[in-house]
Design a protein around this ligand. Sequence first.
Ligand SMILES: [Zn+2]
Length: 322
Amino acid sequence: MSQLDREFYDRELRNFLPDRIFDAHAHLWHEDHVRPFDGWPKVGGLAEYSHDIHDLHGDREIAGLFIPLPEVNSADPVKAGEFVAEQIKGRPLCRGEYLIRPEDDPEQVRRQVRRLGLHGLKCYHVYSSHKPTWEADIPSYLPEPIVRMAHEEGLVITLHMVKRRAVADESNIHWIGHYCRTYPNMKLILAHSARGFQPAHNWEGLHRLKGLDNLYFDTSANCEAAAHVAIMKIIGHDKLMYGADWFVSHFRGRSLAAADSFIWLYEQTPVWGERHARVDPALVGLEHLRSLKWACWSAGLSDSQVEDIFWNNAAKLLGIKG
Ligand SMILES: [Zn+2]
């Protein structure tokens, strides 16, 4: 953390963040069973997470929903799940997810999730046979038999949907609605504030997903306040959960809505200017938290409603006591 990050935290976040923070979207991985994404450390265990997350959460207690890293060619779901389970062992404020691929046998997934004491599933478009995978329909990377099993087991599923227009896309709207209505005991979490890196998609599409009791959202790494506001206003703040998306949180830059889409600006992206006009990019996690602060303020949330987003909603969903 740089001096500028510390100043950002003091200026923007110190007086805003509640006393307790549940991080509903953080990754854990080890290079022995998954090749880390470009620029990620070789090992991301709970110790490394705890060290880094201090930059965003100060000295608050570690609590979160931990998710295996979904790398396309190298991830071993069983070992990745064992790693998550072992890292959060003996931590009653932590929960973990199990990585699934579309070809996985739901019964084997069920056995592993039970054996490891995990609470949810992580799917990802890179495992879809549809090419390009960022245009894949949801069932091609989250097949219905796995959703049925999640319903029977009462699991959450973290879904980073794809397609150009995200939650404004007809196919995404159809499958999210179908899965939520048909499998009410499965809890679906739409990551990155419904992947609304372009908030226009949230304002357009979320109306069609109202009234689904088992539909939730995590804010992970989305730096557009209007994306979170749309969820608060159209769906309700009680379905929204904060998530830092470590290790994404520790790159520098931000997501930026543009046209009918979005771009990611990273430290290396040549947009930050030079010398006296130079902008020093902040940690994504800090930009993200500030966007969530602005969203809470814009939506006129009370302090206790802010606490819901940072703790109570996730605690209720995941059965966290205390
Ligand atoms: Zn993530």
